[in-house]
Design a protein around this ligand. Structure first.
Ligand SMILES: Nc1ncnc2c1ncn2[C@@H]1O[C@H](COP(=O)(O)OP(=O)(O)O)[C@@H](O)[C@H]1O
Ligand SMILES: O=P(O)(O)OC[C@H]1O[C@](O)(COP(=O)(O)O)[C@@H](O)[C@@H]1O
Ligand SMILES: [Mg+2]
Length: 492
């Protein structure tokens, strides 16, 4: 372990593995704090998460000056380069009055992303591969574009290839050479020009493909499944002691990957969802006893539904996979909608695709159904809810007018180009990934942690999950906006 004081450069000898570090942080309580008005407090020491580096299993790897220093157009200012003691804290919110929420032992930290003073690849010899896997997400083409342009312009790499059809493309497709001219307008296009797929993962065949094509940098853009696959490829590469750096760029419209602040494309999807909610609202408002029902993506997480609800304010009830709901009885969905229809004459319900799956009747065969990647295949909660709502109304209010307009914008919210915010985010992600790979790091993922970009070990990302916390303030905010029941089923 290396002991360093923040602010003092304690760069370990170049070529050594950048392992765990201890940082001692002591600070004084802000005098404005009501609880700890004047007392001093000490934060626990910081543990820096070790990041795999090619030098860990390859001795004699060259240490080269970064080509950025040779750029005739750009002269890095002091502080431009990131050193091994530059860190980001994983958690930044603590309650100092509670021993439970104040970390008792150590604070977790990650290496900061960004350009390093030295690189471990000779740019003219690099052969970089870019692959997109899993479902679509706004911004995929932007990340590809920025990887190509960044590698080419910042580091002078000239051999950059797109691998078609997802992971299977490493062993079944011909890589496509990419250059800045070719990818120039890609950030304005939805989808992935490289094409993507689910399934087809075979670590051995993929690594054989990487070796066969002579790739030494592999950029995997994908979601949780892709990251789990990347871990296996990384392990295989390490076992075979190959000079190949692999990195993951987390993509998921569902925002279901943990540790990072959010995934790219998510904000664009939330924005697109507004159009569906607006339409549902207009349809509901224009009917007698009208219900607008919108199903939004979110296989196991309700982030899109939650954020779309909060940004819209037209939503009366938001149903997400993390919060079970029920239809009949006291404080159930029907009773709630009955009240809303009496009060307002209409109501809008947003449901995430993974919500309510436990209460939709299904056969044993349907329960077992999986897609090519092993993800569960869900029944259409929207269509089911529409039928249930109609049956309920006929039962309770026979002869009275009632309308349910069901809108399913599923693919419309993810098959669009990224908005400006996501495009910027994709650019920063791509460049951060390139800097890390060129510096020799491997088996890592780039992402924003509390607003700053860091490098997180692939293994950690692959097992992380980002579920909606129904006990936190954001969900409480949804409930205060919609005034919907909590569906705790404790009233009967
Ligand atoms: N546990 C796993 N181990 C290895 N590969 C996986 C694993 N889960 C998914 N994959 C592969 O990762 C790719 C993308 O996974 P998928 O779940 O479809 O999308 P996403 O990456 O968006 O979650 C697919 O090729 C799939 O076979
Ligand atoms: O119909 P497809 O393409 O298999 O994808 C449907 C799934 O893809 C998603 O949009 C995103 O999932 P991934 O990030 O795992 O690809 C889910 O919300 C949805 O359940
Ligand atoms: Mg996934």
């Amino acid at each position: 372990m290396t002991h360093v004081t923040p602010g003092i450069d304690s760069t370990p000898p170049v070529g050594s593995s950048l392992g765990e570090m201890d940082l001692d942080v002591t600070t004084a309580a802000a005098s404005s704090s009501a609880f700890v008005a004047t007392a001093d407090f000490t934060l626990p020491p910081v543990t820096l998460t070790p990041l795999p580096h090619l030098a860990d299993h390859l001795k004699g790897l060259p240490v080269l000056p970064t080509p950025i220093d040779r750029s005739p157009f750009y002269h890095p200012s002091p502080g431009f380069y990131i050193g091994p003691s530059d860190i980001i804290l994983r958690h930044i919110l603590f309650d100092l009055s509670s021993s439970e929420s104040t970390p008792s032992s150590r604070l977790l930290a990650y290496h900061r992303a960004g350009p390093r003073r030295t690189v471990r690849f000779k740019p003219s010899a690099v052969r970089a591969a870019i692959v997109t896997c899993g479902g679509l997400c706004p911004g995929l083409n932007t990340v590809i574009r920025e990887l190509v342009v960044g590698l080419w312009e910042i580091y002078g790499v000239r051999q950059i290839f797109g691998v078609p059809s997802g992971y299977r493309g490493f062993y079944s497709a011909k890589p496509v050479p990419l250059d800045p001219k070719m990818v120039d307008g890609w950030h304005k296009r939805g989808g992935t020009v490289l094409t993507t797929s689910r399934g087809g993962f075979d670590a051995e065949k993929i690594v054989d493909g990487i070796v066969k094509h002579g790739f030494d940098q592999v950029y995997c853009i994908g979601g949780d499944g892709t990251m789990r696959g990347a871990v296996k490829i990384f392990e295989e590469i390490q076992r075979s002691k190959l000079c190949v750096s692999i990195t993951g760029i987390p993509k998921t419209v569902d925002n279901d990957i943990g540790i990072i602040d959010r995934s790219f494309g998510f904000q664009t999807a939330v924005e697109m969802a507004q159009q569906a909610i607006n339409a549902a609202h207009v349809e509901a408002e224009s009917a007698v006893n009208g219900i607008g029902l919108v199903k939004l993506m979110g296989r196991s997480t309700g982030h899109i539904a939650l954020h779309a609800t909060l940004s819209s304010r037209d939503v009366d009830c938001c149903l997400i996979p993390e919060n079970d709901f029920y239809l009949e009885g006291k404080w159930g969905l029907f009773e709630f909608l009955d009240q809303r229809l009496k009060q307002n004459g209409h109501a809008v319900v947003v449901v995430a695709e993974g919500a309510g799956q436990d209460i939709i009747p299904r056969t044993d065969a349907q329960k077992q159904e999986k897609d090519e990647s092993g993800n569960p295949v869900f029944l259409d909660v929207g269509a089911w809810l529409k039928t249930e709502l109609k049956n309920w109304w006929e039962r309770e209010h026979p002869g009275e007018l009632f309308t349910v307009k069901y809108i399913d914008p599923t693919y419309m919210i993810r098959a669009v180009p990224a908005n400006a915010t996501d495009n910027l985010y994709c650019t920063l992600l791509a460049h951060s990934a390139i800097h890390g790979v060129m510096a020799g790091y491997t088996g890592f993922v780039t992402g924003p942690i509390n607003g700053n970009y860091g490098y997180i070990p692939l293994e950690e990302i692959a097992v992380s999950k980002n579920l909606v916390d129904t006990k936190d303030h954001k969900w409480a905010w949804v409930r205060s906006v919609t005034n919907q029941p909590d569906f705790l089923n404790i009233y009967s």
